[in-house]
Design a protein around this ligand. Structure first.
Ligand code: BTN
Length: 251
């Protein structure tokens, strides 16, 4: 169950919990509605990719209506990443490595175990009418073709946790970070995210739609954009890219 103040609608099966939350948003549902489904027939990932969604994993989406400019509301994906990070540390041994990978992945021992998909629709005054935060957690299932790059909680917990319990822990951690963000802004979220950042200070390659940039991962700016410093000392502020290691490029 989610914390007090939230509502939960559960499905055995739906197309996509993000899609269902969007429908609810368009229909005027109040903020604070979690949608959870045992499986999805049209799960979506970032950049138009699909998200395989058989029973066994957690598929959840939260409808929010933040009274913030759209660019600021995008910081909610970092709020979600911290909840997903905390969820992993709740179940894994304390010496396990749990890291946040920009923009919004969480890695267990270097392998992705979750997906976060923030979608929104523009409303009046430069603010979103609604934001949907979709969170998928690999509890027991991983796509066979990605087995080396992907982790599940079951890889580390025997027996694996119940999906319902995973949702309870996740929604509690999300509420904690959401309140910090609402009350104190992005600074504590940014600080916590950077304290667990994957490859901070290291050489990275950022693949943007139009070009590939190589340099040192220098941090996040005040809005959550990635800061990349080239060898020549040029600082790039990157809002969207896929990030990979770039061996031997940073100095
Ligand atoms: C990614 O590509 O990393 C993001 C994947 C997000 C998947 C989750 S599962 C619950 C919610 N419903 C969807 O259709 N997608 C998100």
């Amino acid at each position: 169950m989610p914390p007090n103040g939230y509502r939960l609608t559960r499905f055995d099966r739906c197309d996509s919990t993000n899609e269902e939350a969007r429908r609810q948003g368009d229909a005027g549902a109040a903020a604070g509605l979690w949608i959870v489904s045992d499986e999805q027939t049209k799960g979506r990932g970032r950049r138009g990719r699909g998200w395989q969604s058989p029973p066994g994993n957690l598929y959840s989406s939260l409808l929010l209506r933040p009274d913030r400019p759209t660019a600021e509301a995008a910081q909610l994906s970092f709020v979600a990443a911290l909840a997903v990070r905390d969820l992993a540390t709740h179940y894994l041994r304390s010496d396990s490595q749990v890291l946040c990978k920009w923009p919004n992945d969480v890695l267990l021992e270097g392998r992705k175990y979750s997906g976060i998909l923030l979608e929104s629709v523009a409303g009046p005054g430069g603010k979103p009418a609604w934001v949907v935060l979709g969170i998928g957690i690999n509890v027991v299932f991983k796509p066979a073709e990605l087995a080396d790059a992907v982790a599940t909680l079951a890889d580390y917990c025997n027996p694996p946790p119940e999906v319902g319990e995973v949702f309870t822990v996740l929604s509690q951690r999300f509420e904690m970070w959401l309140q910090r963000w609402l009350e104190e802004g992005f600074a504590p979220v940014r600080e916590a995210w950077l304290s667990s950042a994957h490859r901070l200070g290291e050489a990275i390659e950022a693949r943007l739609p139009s070009e590939t940039l190589t340099g040192r991962f220098a941090g996040l700016d005040e809005s959550g954009s990635l800061l990349l410093e080239t060898k020549a000392g040029v600082r790039h502020v990157i809002q969207a890219a896929d990030v990979f290691p770039a061996f031997g490029e940073a100095d």
